[in-house]
Structure formats: C-alpha cells, structure tokens
Ligand binder design. Sequence first.
Ligand SMILES: Cc1ncc(COP(=O)(O)O)c(C=O)c1O
Length: 485
Amino acid sequence: MLVSVNFLKMNKTTVRSLYDARSVLVLINRKYSQKQDDFFKFYSDNGAFYGNHEPLTEQDYNRFFSKRSLRREPALTREMTKLAYKVGKDVISLAEGMPNEGVFPFTRIDIELKGGGRLITEGKELSAALQYIPSQGMPSLLSELRTFQQDLHRPPPLPQPRDVIVTNGGQHGIYQCFDLLLEEGDPIIATEYTYTGAYVALKPYRPEIIGIPEDENGMIPETLELVLTDRLSRGMKMPKMLYVIPTGSNPSGTVLPEDRRRKIYELACRFNFLIIEDDPYVFLNYNETNVPTFLSLDTCGRVIRIDSLSKVVSAGLRAGWVTAPKVVQQKLELHMQTELLHSCTLSQMILHHIISHRDSLASHLKAGRDLYRRRRDALSIAVQGVTDLADWSLPQAGLFFWLRVRGVEDIYNMVFRTAFQRGLMVVPGQAFSYDTSAPCQYVRLTFSRISYEDMDIAVRHLADIIKEEQQLTLQNQPQRLATER
Ligand SMILES: Cc1ncc(COP(=O)(O)O)c(C=O)c1O
C-alpha cells in the first residue's frame, strides 16, 4: 500500500531529508521554562564558554568519525518505523515488521512509586509500550528529554542543532561513542585512573591513553595543556577525544570546578578534540552548589554528554541518554539500528513518566542525595581508623572513597589474597587503570550499600590487612603471584 510502495521507491537522501524536517530544533528553539529549581540548574550565570573559537561545521565532524562508523548505512525498515511514528494514524501500512499486539500476554502494568505516584498502563498505551519503536527512542520521551536537557543545561545554540538518543544506560552510550570516534591506536585523553567500563570498552581499539593526573579537584588542566603542547611540538598524533567524569569521578570522587571545566573546554577548542562528558553522578554532588556541565558551556559543538539514572532511579531499568550535535546523534542512531534496534520500550515508558514529573523527580533525587551523603559521612568517620595507613580526600560527589595505601607498592595481593581471606572485598586500583598489570597503591571503597554497622568492622579489617601487607612488603615478598591473574 501507499506507505510501503512509495517510500521504498524513494532514495535514501529523500528519506533522510524527510526525517530531518522533524522537530529536532526543539533543543535550541524552546523557550526556557520559567520555574527553574536551582536543584536542576547546571548552567552558569556567567554564560557559556566564549572564546575566539568557531563552532564546528558539519564537515568538521568527519575528522572525528572512525572509518567504521562512516561506513554505516541506515536500515530502511528502521527508518520506516520512524516515519510510521511520525505520520501516525493517517496511513495504512503494509510496511512494518511489527508483531500483532494481540499476541502479547499482558493486560495491565501497575507501578506504585514511593512518593505516592502511580503509573498504570493498559489498553493501547500498554500495547505501545510493548512494541517496536524508532531507534532514537520513544517520541514522547524524546521530546521530554529535549526539554529536560534544555532546562537543566541551557546549552548555547549551535549551527548544528543538538538532539538526544535513548541508550541502555550510560555504559551503552560510552561504548557507542568510542566506536563512533576511535580508530585502532588513536590517542585519547582521560584521567590517569578512570571508570573500568570505559577502559574495558577501549581495549579492543588499542588506544594510546594520555592519562592526566588528578588532584582533589580532578583532572589538572595545566598538565593537560603541557602534555598537548608537547605532543604538538613533537609532531605526535593528537587526540580526537577526552573522556571525563566531571562530577563524582569514578574512582576518585572528585568534582571538576567550573574554572577547570572552562579551561579544559578551551583546550578542546584549541587542540581540536571532542569531550565525552560521562555524568552519572551529576545529582549526587554533596556540595549542593551545582557546577555547570560541559554541555552548558558548549558554544562550539564539542560536547557529547552521557546521562544515566542508574545510580539514582534504577540500575536495572538501563535508563540513559546521550545529548550531542545532531550530526553525531544521527551516527549513534545508525549504530543503534544495527546493534539493538532500540532500547527497551517498557523502560522508556517508565523513564518518560519519571522525567515528566519533574517536581517528584527533584524530591526523589534530593532524598537520594541525602541518603548517600549520610553514608559518605558515616564511612568518612569509620575510615579514620586507617588514618596512619592511607591517604584520601573526602569524596565531593558520587559513591566512592579512593585511598592510597602507604608502604605497599602494589595492593593487588593485598586485595585478592589477604582481604579475601578475611572476608573483605574492596576494589584494587588496577581496575581503574588502563594497564591492569601496573603496580598500584590505591583501593576503592564504596559506601552505597554497606550497612552502617559493617562500616567500622570493614575498616578495622582493612587496617589489619594493610599492616600485614606492609610487613610483607618489608620482608620483600613477591608483589603479585602470576597464578592470581
Ligand atoms: C562513570 C560511570 N559511567 C557509566 C557507568 C555505567 O552506568 P549505567 O548503569 O548507566 O550503564 C558507571 C557505573 O558504575 C559509572 O561509574
């Protein structure tokens, strides 16, 4: 019939230009909401980043895309699903491969929320929540997310408008971004120690990691500048991207202050790289004053922002989304078409409910932040038990204490041998190092779930274990047993 025959006859360019006509400009054209709670304010009153740098043009992005991602083509059937959602009921379709809703064995989903809200889905709504949807995401969720991002970050307008894509959590966005941007052997900037999931996603690309050290305020921009200047002067390959966890870095718990973010953004413009802003702890900043996000500073279209509600709403829902210049988002969408078709519709329906009830979400997030802050403070008291044995600074956000153990060159054996024997689990710093075989003095302690009573016991064990390991180090024991790897 009409839709199937006619669209199949169209060439790809015509089909794509039709999609481009949809309301993606929402992100830049929307009026700011009047009622703005400071809790949801992630932009600066000083404005975005304004330097002498031009925004990237569509062609400029080609330097960043991997050859692999440039070879991706739209799946026409997926593109038609997107069209079908756009045109709605006005067409008769013989086109899509959707299952008949009559075979779904569900009649009603009823979810009660802690705050008293309720999400009941039945009938046509339920059928829709169990169906295939466009790869970018559920249209109603997409428009809600566009508004959400606009209100929270107020990103400066770009010639290349931005858009969002719904992912299966933040890890999925990270993986897709790496696949989009990296060729084998490419250099990439990250903090010296960073999220394991990022490093393991990077491994197959065999990148050269430019690991920038952190202090108690996160990545040190002056060091980054020196390293980049040096590489440039020596004619070395320059990085295309920087991966950063700006709020509550995993593992270090640091929050990058606004001046550092501005400096790093300026370096991105000067040395021509993109910033992957992975920010799952953005709502868990215990300082209460939010720091403007990289997205909010992004005058040149250099930021790909990854959001996730895993730590504050549910990890199992896999609720995440990426906000990026349209040209980047479209490439991620092609990846999504081949990889997943789309992330789970049912989860997206729940996410839609959560995001669109902004006041309840704010109360929920504040309560979550308070819960985690109490736990951080409790572990902070408990961990005084290793004051003479380790160094750390109080985590400013996120879920982790990052301890440098004194007098032990490599904590690997300590974690896997001594600590396990005593029934204590901590994460060895190697888990956050690209080179997991390198000696490391750090351990990560998580305060999110351990009971308050166990905190003291755990730290007492830790103190004993460190002392034991320090003795072994003095006796020159082998640092790591090969069989334990
Ligand atoms: C920095 C960082 N990014 C991403 C993730 C993955 O989160 P998600 O559950 O959204 O995939 C984590 C999880 O620990 C994380 O710490």
